[in-house]
Design a protein around this ligand. Sequence first.
Ligand code: URA
Ligand code: SF4
Length: 202
Amino acid sequence: FTGAAQWVPHDGGMRKVTATLPDCRGCDLYEYADQVVPGEGRVRARMMLIGEQPGDVEDKEGHVFVGPAGRLLDKALVEAGIERSEVFLTNAVKHFRFERQGKRRIHKTPSAGQIVACRPWLDRELEIVKPGLVVILGAVAARALLGPGFKVTEHRGRSVELPDGRAALATVHPSAVVRSQEYRRDFARFVDDLRAARELLP
Ligand code: URA
Ligand code: SF4
């Protein structure tokens, strides 16, 4: 596997990206997942939020952030005063990676190689959407965009610049809040970070 570049269209818009994604054989993940999950939302959004990879529910339904993490994200966006319909939502990796435990499929973090392999899709989405602000949700998206040295917990809620000069802000992944032992505190902090992102919008 040599990465997604040869499948990513150089012309056309988001419809073409969505239409060509199912052909991708850029890494091994397409073999196990039910389907690829494309980014969704407003194509000319000012804000693009980037998660990790589809979860179990997203893989079955074919849409981003429709499972437990998505419900939490929806709630947090409302509290932060951000309309889901106004943003573009996508993932660093477009196929679900999991381990089977009996009948259950347990999320497995994508490898560094899979994150790099999928990056050309993310680059194309960024080229098309041209967001004024990128919101990085969690360590995998941070790794994809800022490299392995960036620590979300150290820099969360503050503006950072991507290597290509784009403005960004990193926060935790909503699934980390779903699982938190200190849910109320961590949900409030997540909302604070999203509010800070809204204030950074150009
Ligand atoms: N987690 C993600 O990072 N993305 C989704 O689409 C769902 C859960
Ligand atoms: Fe292609 Fe990304 Fe799916 Fe790998 S995870 S097959 S690179 S779309």
